[in-house]
Write a protein that binds this ligand. Structure first.
Ligand SMILES: Nc1nc2c(ncn2[C@@H]2O[C@H](COP(=O)(O)OP(=O)(O)OP(=O)(O)O)[C@@H](O)[C@H]2O)c(=O)[nH]1
Ligand SMILES: [Mg+2]
Length: 458
């Protein structure tokens, strides 16, 4: 992909709205915009002062008006991409937007690829790679906690933490250079103990960051939650209650749900990716059988299982089969329909989880307890509100693990009495892995892959 040409795209969602914005970036941005812009007093965008808005009309090649517009002219380098940028604000409608974009493309700009504006911001040094990645996280955030962590990342919280560790390791390699070839004779070499202590400090800081990754992932992606139970216990009713609408079909016929139904809900401040599954039981119905198999695989894949039992019926072989299949998963037991006598044996239920809640979808009984339990198990509010860096991306976590392992190998080598300069490669590897996060040492394909997950116009 070239970055010396001028790109354009619609930056607002397709459809009807108050305004739409067509964004143009590159050396020719202002000249391109001028070709589609007419001002009643003859003003041009090239003549506009940077970071000002000019009123006028977007026009076709033949001079006919497409729409009334406001154009923001922002000259390099103080722009999103560090290039000249023009944003054309038109009325939010599919036709105006499409026609103006088409006129802009006809005047010398090329259609931007997904994430290309942000990619340019990264390549032109306005932000590092993990700050750029946070932009898409801010756009995709479904909870205020996820949003808050992403904004921190954009402001450099993670970059700063990584930068500090990297600098410490670079300082250590500079000292090694002194040992190896007296490259900088003014630098007083560190003692073996000081050198080892430096590596261990970096190791601990990386471990602390990795430690945030589990909660960070939950924050960003939510908790994969499977609602399971035998037929008719009220799984679909629970999904509807938590979702706040009739999303799944509820009947008193066993085997109503066939295909899993998935929805994202927020409960106790935690984002849950809920899957209402087909009731698990022995069945000869071919379609139901497929549903049951799917339920089992969703259960296996889940971070949290909500196992529902029926207060009006004692536990039976279907319940026992599901309980056996849980295999130590994070489980909450809801004894649904607990409006009267509780028939299942709670002593047996305690064998799969200590979180047992007498529940009733019908009376909304136990909802507060469920909310509190989930919040205690997965709440990320504290880390989301703190100023400390939080790792929310698997890519970052993997790079941190790589860096940690390289340092571990250096520590073990030194402790087994090896000469310090033999650890040079390990420290270099650790530094390089950290650079993958912030972008100093990342492969081009990875950068392309990251920005391709963005939307067009960002
Ligand atoms: N009394 C009572 N009835 C409930 C409650 N929750 C659900 N029901 C009823 O139980 C029946 C089954 O509910 P569903 O939500 O369809 O049950 P399910 O577990 O999804 O069933 P399958 O999809 O067949 O596996 C319906 O008639 C519901 O109205 C409850 O808390 N109390
Ligand atoms: Mg159902």
């Amino acid at each position: 992909m070239r970055i010396d040409d001028t790109i354009a795209a619609v930056s607002t969602p397709a459809g009807r709205g108050g305004i739409s914005i067509i964004r143009i970036s590159g050396a020719e941005a202002i000249a391109v915009a001028d070709k589609v812009f007419k001002n009643e007093y003859g003003k041009t965008l090239s003549g506009a002062v940077s970071h000002t808005i000019t009123h006028g009309f977007a026009v076709r090649e033949d001079g006919s008006v497409i729409d009334e517009v406001l154009c923001t002219v922002m000259k390099a380098p103080h722009t999103y991409t560090k290039e000249d940028v023009v944003e054309i604000n038109c009325h939010g409608g599919i036709i105006s937007t499409r026609e103006i974009l088409s006129a802009v493309l006809g005047s010398g700009a090329r259609l931007a690829q997904p994430g290309e504006f942000t990619k340019r911001a990264f390549l032109n040094g306005r932000m590092d790679l993990c700050e750029a990645e946070s932009v898409i996280d801010i756009i995709n955030a479904k909870t205020s906690d996820a949003h808050s962590v992403s904004v921190h990342q954009l402001k450099g919280a993670l970059s700063e933490s990584i930068g500090k560790i990297r600098e410490r390791l670079l300082m250590l390699t500079a000292h090694l250079q002194v040992l190896i070839d007296f490259a900088d004779e003014d630098l007083e070499p560190l003692s073996d103990e000081e050198y080892l202590a430096g590596i261990k400090e970096a190791y601990t800081d990386i471990e602390k960051l990795i430690y945030t990754a589990d909660r960070g992932k939950i924050l960003k992606d939510g908790v994969k939650t499977a609602i399971v139970g035998k037929p008719n216990v009220g799984k679909s009713s629970l999904l509807n209650l938590l979702y706040g609408d009739d999303r799944a079909i509820v009947t008193d016929i066993e085997g109503t749900t066939r295909d899993a139904i998935e929805e994202t809900v927020s409960l106790g401040g935690v984002m849950l990716n809920l899957a209402d599954t087909a009731g698990i039981r022995e069945t000869s119905d071919a379609i139901e059988k497929i549903g049951v198999e799917k339920s089992k695989s969703i259960m296996e894949d889940a971070d949290l299982v909500i196992f529902m039992a029926d207060a009006t019926r004692p536990l039976d072989p279907n319940d026992e089969y599901i309980m056996k299949s849980l295999g130590g998963k994070n489980t909450i037991v809801l004894i649904n329909k607990s409006e009267g006598e509780i028939k299942p044996d709670t002593a047996i239920l305690k064998g799969i989880s200590d979180k047992i809640i007498e529940f009733s979808v019908k009376e909304k009984k136990g909802l507060d307890v469920l909310e509190k339990t989930i919040s205690e198990m997965f709440s990320c509010g504290e880390i989301a509100q703190s100023d400390d860096a939080v790792v929310t991306s698997v890519r970052h976590k993997d790079a941190l693990i790589k860096s940690k392992n390289a340092l571990k190998s250096a520590i073990e080598a030194i402790e087994s009495g090896i000469e310090l300069n033999m650890t040079f490669i390990d420290i270099e590897n650790a530094i390089s892995a950290l650079g993958e996060i912030t972008g100093q040492t990342v492969a081009e394909e990875i950068v392309d892959k990251i920005f391709h997950s963005f939307c067009v116009g960002k």
